[in-house]
Structures are given as C-alpha cells and as structure tokens.
Design a protein around this ligand. Sequence first.
Ligand SMILES: [Zn+2]
Length: 406
Amino acid sequence: MTADSRIENPRMRVLQLLRQKGPLAKIQIAGELAISPALAGLICKEFLQMGVVTVAGTGESAGGRRPTLLQLNELSNVVVGCDLGVTHVTSVLTNLHGRVIERCRIETDPRDDSGTTLRHIQESIQDVISRAGLPTASILGIGLSVPGLIDLPVGVSVLAPNLPNWKNIPIVRLVKESFGIPVSIINDAWALALGEHWFGAGRGHQDLVAVNIGHGIGAGIILDGRLYSRGIGGCGEIGHVTVNENGPRCPCGSNGCLELMASGPAISARAIQAISSAVPTSLETLSGGHPLKVNARMVAEAADRGDDVATAILADAGRYVGIAVAMVVNLLSPEMVILGGGVARSGAAFFDVVCATVERRAYTTIVNKPEIVLSELEDDASVLGAVALVLERAFRSPDSLFHASA
Ligand SMILES: [Zn+2]
C-alpha cells in the first residue's frame, strides 16, 4: 500500500497525483487512484473553476475524442521558505513543484544579536516576495527552518547551540505579524528530511532518515510518508547520542556525544591538534600558515589528495556517524538513509567508512539493507524542506489552496 492510498481525501490525492505525475487526463487520474471517472471528473471541474488546475493540452486518443490533459496551475499558489543557518539566512519563493522563482541569501555572523538575526530573516523573506511581485493572497504560507530545539505548539525557537544569542524567540508569531501569512516551523534536520522526501533523493520512499552533519548534527525521520515530529519537537537529536562513553563533556550534560566527535567543528579541532603536534600533513600548507583557520572542508580537500592525517580524521568521524546511524537503522529499519550537510560531502574517506560501519554494526541489515545516499539538494535541502512543510499542510487540506488562490 502506498502512503497516498492510505489518505482518505480524494481531492488531496488528485492534487498529489497531478503534482507528481501531471499532466494527466481525467480517466488516467481515476485509474491511478482507483476512484470512479465521475468522481475524478467532478473534482477536476472544481479545481479548474478554482484556478488550482489548468488545461495542458490534449493527450493521445484511445479510439475516441482526444482527452484533455490537466496540470497543476504552477502560479495559482506560491510558497516561501526561509532557512536560518549558522553563517547565512536563505529565503526562496517557489511554485507548487518546489521550483525556485526568487532567492535571497544574506551572509550573517553567528554572534549577531537576536534582533539582527530576526531582521535578516524578515528582510530576506520581504525581498523574495517583493521581487516576485505576486499578490500576498497567492502566497500559501511561509515555512521556517531553524537549527536547534523548537517548542512546536507555540512556535518558539528555544535555543540554537551554534547561535549563542538566539534564545526563546517567538519566531512564528513575529514573522506572521510582519507578513500576515500563515507561518510553519521545523528544525533544519527535519527540513532536510522533508526536502529530500519531496524533491530530492528520497522521492518515492515512504520511510527514510536524513542526517544533517554540519556545524551541528541532527536527524529528520519520515515514517509512512510523513515527518515524525511528535508534535512537541525535540526528536531526532542524533547529535547527542553517546558514541564514545569516555569522550569529552558535551554542553548538553552528557559525554562523547556524536556532535563532539564528527561535526564540522570537531573535525577542524582534530586537524588543528594534528598540525600542532608536528605530524607531517599538508593541512598546514592548506591553512596558509594559520592552523586555527583549518576547517572541515580543508580536511576533505587534503584527504582527497591522499593526505594520511586528513584521511584518518575523516575515517574516525565516519566511524562515529556509522555507529549512530547503525543504532537508528536497528530501531527503525528505514528504506533509505540520506546524509546531508557540509561534512557529508567530505568524499569517500568519510562516506565509505559510514557505509561500512553501518553494514558491520546494524543487525537488521540482514533482512533490510537501507540505501545510504548523499543529499541531492545539498545547500538547498533545508530551505526546500521549509517549502515542503507548507505544501504538506496545504495538500493535506486542499481548502487552504482554494482559500489562498481565491
Ligand atoms: Zn550532547
């Protein structure tokens, strides 16, 4: 059974089908969804009148009249997504297929005060809306992707460990007040999972886990085609799973958390340590004689050129990620594990070790070996996940589409 067939609302299923496989004739819609041609016709007529669907031409004749093909009206509704990163704020305005129409990226400083960060968020959203020149009524919603812990029921960004001045921000209310448009929020790792599920490597997969490995480490879980969010936030914190019992103390109160062993800052700390201990490595040259400036990207570059020290640092990080992913695989047995974030793109020295460690450690791979892949959307994964969050809500209650386009 697919996730779509479990969903009761036939109007929503028609919209989803047109989004995924359109343009289609009414008779194809009826066949794909196993509903009567009369019901498919009624729903399509309603959508055409509302402007949510348009005629895309005519299809091949099966003997009689050539059938009219229908498609989603791409501009009947648009969506805004905004991703708050550690060093940037990115907003996009997309159509219902997630195609980016406008984009705005503002470089930021992690030490910015919360007022400045909030202003960057609002400016970037305002910029994409202004440049699109579309009426506010056609904007279905604004999706926000923010790092760290979120109190979902009240829409408060509680804390983001890599943004020290960003605490207890009622961001959903503030953005809603500024733009008068519905606002939804999730954390960046959940957004990665949702973005890949809708538009990237996870398309067509109903159960997947996406792990975001960058400044911090977090995971988003899609089960039965839906984001597992527990309603209150605070799940998917794979970065605070213990992978080294005797490891360093974590600000969360535990020891040897994955984030301390395999995040971008953890990798650069290991590299700085290696340079200062005078082990021969090309990292020193790559840093331009400033060892403190070595980052995870330079370590990946050095490993790619065959530097043994860099390769060993990435292999260690990959092993720790593999240990944590193996735990998740044993618990959930997903069809797919997607690795995203800057560290995930460190090359074979990292990725191959993650895969080998999961293979060796996860018991359930005997019966279900999940595909382990890299994020397809790369830097856009979280911002498109924020877009997908708005679309997911809209497609599950199509009345909001009608409302926004009316
Ligand atoms: Zn921790």
